[in-house]
Ligand binder design. Structure first.
Ligand code: AP5
Length: 211
C-alpha cells in the first residue's frame, strides 16, 4: 500500500497514521518528524529548515524533495506519507520519483477540518520530544503532567503551536497545499475524509475508504 495523507495542520494526520500503521505493514514517513530530528541534531538541513518552521512557512521545495528522495530509497514495504507533498511542485517530483522506482501511488487521502477546529486542536496539543507520541490537554491527556505515557520522555508544546504561528500555517496551507486536492482528483486518486469530528468517527471514515 502506497498512500499519502494530506490535510491542514492539526487535521490529525499524525494521530490517524499511528492507527493505520497498526493495521497495515506500512512505513509511516512524516516530513515534519524528519525535519524536527534534523533540527535537534543540528544538521545543515535542520539549521536551514528551522527558520521556516518557526515562522510557520514551508521549507523550500528543493530541500524537501532531496530529503524525500533519500528517505523513499530506503522503503522496503508500503508507505504512508504524512505531510508530503505539500505543494504542486512536490507532487510532481513525487510522481517522477514513483515512476523511476516503478511504484505507483494507490491513494491520496485528504483529511478535511474547519480552521477553527484546527486552532483548538493545535492550541492544546502536547507531544513527546523523545518518541513523538501525540497528546491533547483535554481530548487525550498524558497521565502525568510533562511525562510521556509511552516512553517517560518529556512532553512539550511545539514551538509552532502558538496561535499566531498556527494561523500562519493555515494560510500557507490554503495557498500552497489545498490545490493538491484538484491535482489528485484529476488523477483519480483522491479520497475526501471528514476529519472534523471525534477520533473514533474519523477512524470510521478512514475505514470506509479502506484504511
Ligand atoms: P508537520 O509536523 O507536518 O505539521 P503539520 O502538517 O502542520 O501537521 P501537524 O503535525 O501540526 O498536525 P497533524 O495533522 O499531524 O495533527 P495531529 O495528529 O498531531 O510540519 C511542521 C513544519 O515542517 C511545517 O510547518 C513546515 O515548516 C515544515 N514541513 C513539513 N513538511 C513539509 C513539506 N512537505 N514541505 C515544506 N515544509 C514542510 O493532531 C493535532 C492535535 O489534535 C493533537 O493534540 C491530537 O491529539 C488532536 N486530535 C487529532 N485528531 C483529533 C480528533 N479527531 N478529535 C479531537 N482531537 C484530535
Amino acid at each position: 500500500m502506497r498512500i499519502i495523507l494530506i490535510g491542514p495542520p492539526g487535521a490529525g494526520k499524525g494521530t490517524q497514521a499511528v492507527a493505520v500503521k497498526s493495521k497495515f505493514p506500512v512505513d509511516h514517513i512524516s516530513t515534519g518528524d524528519i525535519l524536527r530530528e534534523n533540527v535537534r541534531a543540528g544538521s545543515p538541513l535542520g539549521i536551514e529548515a528551522k527558520k521556516f518552521m518557526d515562522s510557520g512557512s514551508l521549507v523550500p521545495d528543493v530541500l524537501i524533495i532531496e530529503m524525500m528522495r533519500e528517505r523513499l530509497a530506503k522503503v522496503s514495504v508500503g508507505f504512508m506519507l504524512d505531510g508530503f507533498p505539500r505543494t504542486v511542485a512536490q507532487a510532481e517530483a513525487l510522481d517522477e520519483l514513483m515512476k523511476e522506482m516503478s511504484m505507483p501511488l494507490d491513494a491520496a487521502i485528504l483529511l478535511e477540518v474547519p480552521d477553527e477546529t484546527v486552532v483548538k486542536r493545535l492550541g492544546g496539543r502536547r507531544v513527546c520530544s523523545s518518541c513523538g507520541a501525540i497528546f491533547h490537554v483535554t481530548g487525550n491527556p498524558n497521565k502525568i503532567e510533562g511525562i510521556c505515557d509511552i516512553c517517560s520522555g518529556p512532553v512539550i508544546q511545539r514551538d509552532d503551536d502558538r496561535e499566531e504561528v498556527i494561523r500562519r500555517r493555515l494560510s500557507v496551507y490554503h495557498k500552497n497545499t489545498a490545490p493538491l486536492a484538484e491535482y489528485y482528483e484529476k488523477s483519480g486518486l483522491l479520497h475526501r475524509v471528514d476529519a472534523g469530528g471525534p477520533l473514533d468517527a474519523v477512524k470510521a471514515h478512514l475505514e470506509s475508504v479502506g484504511l
